[in-house]
Ligand binder design. Sequence first.
Ligand code: AP5
Length: 229
Amino acid sequence: MDGATLTTAKTVNVILLGPPGAGKGTQARMLEEKFGLVQLSTGDLLRAAVAAGTEAGKEAKAVMESGGLVSDEIVLAILKDRLAEDDVKAGVILDGFPRTTAQAEALDEMLAASDQGIDAAISLAVDDEAMVERISGRFTCGSCGEGYHDTFKKPAIAGTCDKCGGTDMKRRADDNAETVRERLKAYHAQTAPLITYYDKKRSLTEINAMAAIDEVASSLETIVKRVLG
Ligand code: AP5
């Protein structure tokens, strides 16, 4: 990675599929910087709704704490609002969406309405067992959202964000071993079938996301460059 941002000449929509801890957020932020696409994380949108105390946020809170999936109705309403904003017109990297077949079908419809589609659905393949360690060691800069890990991605100066210098590091309420197991169950029952859904549409690529962060980033970069043409 040379750190330069490449500008996109056409609209490109990429989906990152994978269980909790697969690295969707980490990689989406790297692709955002590299290609000028916008990371769109339904988990982040839902956490913002919970923090703002909206009706949707109140409903979502307990479900998220249990490790289950928030209703399609709430998630789709939040996503639709976000997709209507100007900054996503050049394309998005969808992180954590879609998570059910109903969401995938609704997304196809929403994109088709503006003559768009999914350019690549990338499945981040990992071992479930390793995900509990990845997630329990995760923390995030409260100021800019940069993600870190106690072992795999430490900031250069302990407790200080490499990116913005912030010192308010946060850990997520649902990042405990018990909830992670429930989130993994929800992934296998409701989200993993989307691998077949996108494979049938010939838009799926699977990559080994057990590799080091930079190696995974390099595999993703190759795919996005190919899509950009
Ligand atoms: P969400 O926020 O989407 O969480 P998630 O899918 O469980 O994914 P995570 O954010 O935990 O993991 P990640 O893959 O982004 O990994 P990360 O890059 O941080 O959803 C939370 C909840 O919201 C859901 O449980 C559900 O209730 C609800 N929700 C959200 N979207 C929904 C939807 N569409 N429908 C219904 N409900 C929805 O990496 C993890 C850690 O590992 C980091 O510390 C990182 O530094 C490290 N790491 C990353 N890659 C590597 C690597 N290659 N090697 C070593 N370490 C690595």
